[in-house]
Design a protein around this ligand. Sequence first.
Ligand code: HMG
Length: 464
Amino acid sequence: MAAGIDDIAIYIPRLYIDAADFADNRGLDPVKLQKGLGVSQMAIVDSNQDPACLAANACLRIMQKNKLSPDDIGRLYVSTESAFDESKAMNSYVIGMLEQVYGQGAFEHCGGVETKFACVSGSYALYDNANWIRADEADGKAALVVVSDIAKYDMGSSGEMTQGAGAVVMLLNDDPRLLAFDPKVTSTSIKDEYDFYRPFGKETPIVHGQYSNLLYMIQVRKALEAYKRKVVSSGLIKMEAGETILDHMDYINMHLPYSNMGKKALAYLVRHEWRQLPRWKNILKEIGMDEPIPKDPRGTIESVLGDEEFMAKDHEFTKLFTKTQAYQEVYESKLSSSLIASTMIGNLYTASLYLGFRSSLEFEYQKGIDLEGKRVGFGSYGSGSSAMVFSGVVQPAYKEMVKDMNLEAEIGDRKRLTWDEYEELHENKLSPEESMVHSKKEFVLVHVNTEKESRGERRYIFNE
Ligand code: HMG
């Protein structure tokens, strides 16, 4: 039985901090954000928003757009790393909000959990729900997988340049109009790591930035190796001599903590894949230097990062490699459209990969390219750490879904925050009633209880 993404909807908070204002106030060169990281604007949540109401707003959009009733939905999973409760799952809050619109008890038989594994948990949730459909357990119903996060880092930290917030929801069923997942090829890698983590009670993560960049690429490459073995052994793809698996992916969507990380990761994967092929000779000729090797080629990530001479040479080599015509073609045709939304919105943790997918659909369609039958590869990464690589094929009905996609319209009017407003929001100085946007037809947080017996209870309303 087929399973895949039938439709996709987003909810992005309408406040943002502009990269130029950010750089100005942090004494940075704005070009570092805009060109170095690929960050132009970062979405910031209002004082009456949390990840649960971002998720509920995205769900309401997809349900209303597709005229779905709660009876059509058999499962609702929320994947997040911005949880605010150690026990109560975020899907329960989302169902509570949706029932304010659809009636109490309307989702009584809609199963689901909150899933956690940093940014990769949404991909695990998609995989599990696709398998629920493939196993014929769905009884004709669809699943909603919502990925929702607030990427928030300490004031003044280097992570602060890579913030963002928002939710993406995907409707999964057995006759998907957008993308059917390739069966039996989803592959993972996993390792106990501390590149990025958020201990209990801490609102912001502890991050080892450069370590996390390298680990992301290594883990995705390992998952890609496993994916390669599976596509060949399952007969999904027949690889000819001189080809790489990436030649068989028309589009590649990467996890995007900032948009340039997608570029970095793609360059890393392509380099790794091409190194073994006849075409590599020509690439080296065009670059004009040999590929550098670390002093200790089988050493740890720390030893590689500590090898300053290698790091500098490798940086130079990567820059030259990304300028080669062969790489530019791969980048432009397979990745570039997926980065546009990330540049405008920032990191959405679990939702970043899927915002990228949505961005790729919209902007490739605008180029007039026919996407039907094209294979889309996904490189998902979550710190801590695990990667997942999987793929799917764009379905004939995609045009009907994609023709009306309009990122700017879906985000709505945005308010550019002043630095004082940004600091007040970041430091949680405003109460929900002091929100900056007076939103209509949206769920908002109105109260978090502080009394001993009901501490942490949250109340939401639907703003008519
Ligand atoms: P940094 O170390 O301050 O930045 O912070 P940098 O020195 O690496 O510079 C960034 C880029 O800007 C570089 O480009 C510089 O050359 C360039 P590259 O060499 O890499 O191509 N640059 C400039 N360009 C033009 N003009 C200038 C200029 N100055 C520098 N004047 C870092 C960067 C990402 C480390 C930091 O922001 C951070 O720690 N962010 C949070 C962690 C993160 O996003 N890690 C990504 C991988 S891990 C991941 O994706 C998982 C995650 O999403 C969490 C999860 O799984 O839940 C984070």
